[in-house]
Design a protein around this ligand. Sequence first.
Ligand code: GLN
Length: 542
Amino acid sequence: MTRFIFITGGVVSSLGKGIASAALGTLLQARGYKVRLRKLDPYLNVDPGTMSPTQHGEVFVTDDGAETDLDLGHYERFTGVSSRQSDNVTSGRIYSTVIAKERHGDYLGGTVQVIPHVTDEIKDFIRADLHGEDFCLCEIGGTVGDIESLPFLEAIRQLRNEEGTENCLFIHVTLLPFMKSAGELKTKPTQHSVKELLSVGIQPEILLCRAERSIPENERKKIALFCNVKLECVIEALDVETIYNVPVKYHEQGFDEEVVKYFKLPTEPKPNLKPWMDIVKRIREPEGEVTIAIVGKYTSLLDSYKSLSEALTHGGTANNVKVNLKWLDSQVFETPDAMHHLEGVDGILVPGGFGERGTEGKIKAAQFARENKIPYFGICFGMQLAVIEAARNLGGVPKATSSEFGPSDHAVIGLMTEWTKGDQLEVRKSNGDLGGTMRLGAYPCKLAKGTKVYEIYGTELIHERHRHRYEVNITYRPQFEKAGLVFAGMSPDGQLPEIVERRDHPWFIGVQFHPELKSKPLDPHPLFKSFIAAAVQKSRLV
Ligand code: GLN
């Protein structure tokens, strides 16, 4: 039987609820339990796929092709459990399902309402697709008190009545702001936030209190008294220097212990957190450092590249070095004499992206890396632009471009209208909807023997996650080969180039997929490990 844990947030947004949920999942897992983590988002987009990365942060893609909230990335990185489509839902999806059912006549004769129809749909989502998990942790997006979250709060209130109090736990994450003038942490916003929850019938059992300094005993007592929770259940959650220290820190505060006690489960044996301690030690005590330039478009909100920066950190810990990230807006390279920004870096990475703005700058960065033998990692768009660069400057296609930027007779990157997934034919129309119409999710890729990637992965068949509309146009193969590009990875049917690399360069790899989505602190992705190793090598040469 699956027990449910609901995590809500109060006072302000950006409290780190996602990390808190992921850390609790990790702790329960380290106690031997099977966990699943889910995110319920109150916004009206059907999924975050159509939102701007600079507004909402990265879109995390699952193996089964769902475009989801970036918190699912944290869940996977911490617990190693691959997320599924059924682990992220939004109000938009819930409402569109309810409305589709109404049109279909499923509620015939009834008035369709938030309670019970919308709340029923939310409860169905929470209970769906569970397979013997001991715990299902559901994080409710947004902040308690938002209009949009109300149906979700009402649904989890009902669900607790249906499943039984002993099988459901409410955890509320709050903030204790520090008032300099008073010289103390303030508990009032937490009290108000809990009151807000109580007004919708939810009494949280555990409060995870984020604070920048230690919470004095007196304040903890005050919170316990006013918020009607046990003193031991007022958990101090201080800021930490690396997110990978969160499980250990929360454990020290008794977080997981209170959770298992609530469910009347044994508190012994304690979880083994040694692997996490090791990671933290490696992050704290690196033996050297390298600097990687990331040339992208969404550098104003670093959450847009969350998985990427985490994967680079993992590549660093695997090599015992600190990875300094130098974020560069690609548009700077469209001005003269801008190349000095790239001088002295140990590696250049061009990440995924959409649209023409800033692309010429990324192309220049790829050229600079190629000519100066600086390790280059092109991810998705970063691969496509490196291919355009090679075709233009070496392959005899001076006008090479992508059909993403408008119709052209020189589209070395083009729109594929049909491809196969397993034994199914997928079809894409050039004028179709933009939402959910990309090549999404895990696809197999066959690596060519004798290539660098074959050596890096150490296997012939890999599976990586995709999220893109355009593909390298294989009909230009002779020109690409003339430009020195090696097709190191192809889709098994031989139609879609998935990896290109250069033989005349110490480390120049472009991948059509997003390897950063699968990298984990306890299991760094081989490409990131190898890229940072190449950067270390480069840094020693100078
Ligand atoms: N814009 C490119 C495409 O749609 C690349 C997408 C990406 O980098 N994720 O194919």
